[in-house]
Design a protein around this ligand. Structure first.
Ligand SMILES: [Zn+2]
Length: 341
């Protein structure tokens, strides 16, 4: 299939044209988080012909994802595929000319600079503030544009950050909200059309950046409620105080490299345990050890172990999601007992 034919309907647009298409074909994007927003973003960017698309996600697919995460299906769940892998497999069938780079990993201070270091643009598909502050630090430090997006219930918002040229995420939100103080999708739900609208706005901004049309960016935070039809635009300015990140160059989230991190996953009765350093778990060996104590299954990407009312999902790098508790101490002890890395 010729490129001209594949992309003819967007080349016809004066906003894109041949020149814009050429730029898209030779550009690279990292999408951090491949859930609701991330799947819509990945789908649009790959169809639009962005040359290289890296999809980073730490999670596997669950039945309650299918309502809004457009790249996944029941078969992916049956196969126990991580989101990044399933998304890449689906999109390779859509556009084999795009270089797809799925990465199954938790984005953290240790790996984010490697993940975003060689791309032109970072797209936010995450569901938490901690990762967004981390993205902001890394993108400001390396001068890489990124597009923020968030959705909850029936509304969402987006803004675009060009480091040192527009206010950054930290200019907009000085401190991380206290955990538990902001609603999450698991508490109040999320309407799929709201996701699609915000992801589409994010992608549109992303395409402009990749085509060097920065003067056409919205230049504002956009807020949309798809239920009420309410649209708002917020002018973004910088406060009187210097921003620690983009004015003072203090990258506090990036530099928080101490310890192994424990993350309680967004309202899912689950705790994630990260392992520091280079680890390569042998699933056949681990399965052999666990076979006598519980129910084990594994594929190339993850091993799943059920014991009592808990389910442990182990990834090749040792990272483990313990489901069935939000008690970090208990999760640690289950991890030590069964995985023991
Ligand atoms: Zn700033």
């Amino acid at each position: 299939m010729s490129e001209l034919e594949r992309y003819s309907r967007q080349i016809l647009l004066s906003e894109i044209g041949r020149e814009g298409q050429e730029k898209l074909l030779s550009s690279a994007v990292a999408i951090i988080g491949c859930g609701a927003l991330g799947t819509v973003i990945a789908n649009s960017l790959v169809r639009a012909g962005v040359g290289r698309v890296r999809i980073v996600d730490r999670d596997y697919i669950e039945p309650n994802n299918l309502q809004r995460q457009v790249l996944f299906d029941e078969e992916d769940i049956a196969k126990g595929l991580p989101k990044a892998i399933a998304a890449a497999e689906k999109l390779r069938k859509v556009n084999s000319q795009v270089e797809l780079e799925p990465i199954v990993a938790d984005v953290n201070p240790d790996n984010i600079e490697r993940i975003i270091g060689d791309v032109d643009l970072v797209m936010d598909g995450t569901d938490n503030f901690e990762t967004r502050f981390l993205i902001n630090d890394a993108c400001v430090k390396h001068d890489i544009p990124w597009v923020y997006g968030a959705v909850i219930a029936t509304y969402g918002m987006t803004m675009t950050i060009l480091p040192h040229r527009t206010p950054c995420f930290r200019c907009f939100l000085a401190e991380m909200p206290v955990p538990g103080s902001t609603p999450t999708c698991d508490m109040v739900g999320v309407l799929s059309p709201a996701v699609n609208v915000i992801a589409s706005l994010e992608v549109t901004e992303g395409l402009k950046i990749l085509m060097d049309k920065e003067e056409e960016l919205y230049g504002r935070l956009l807020y949309v409620d798809v239920w009420t039809g309410n649209l708002e635009q917020l002018e973004l300015g910088k406060g009187d105080d210097p921003c620690p990140t983009c004015d003072l160059g203090q990258f506090e989230f990036l530099e928080a490299r101490a310890g192994s991190y424990l993350t309680t996953l967004c309202g899912r009765e689950a705790v994630q345990i990260n392992v520091r350093g280079e680890v390569k778990v042998s699933f056949p060996d681990l399965a052999k050890r666990l076979n006598s104590v519980g129910q084990v299954s594994f594929n190339d990407y993850m091993l799943r172990f059920r014991v009592d009312s808990y389910e442990l999902t182990v990834f090749p790098d040792g990272r483990t999601i313990v489901k069935g508790t939000t008690d970090e101490a208990l999760a640690r002890s289950l991890y030590a007992r069964y995985v023991g890395l």
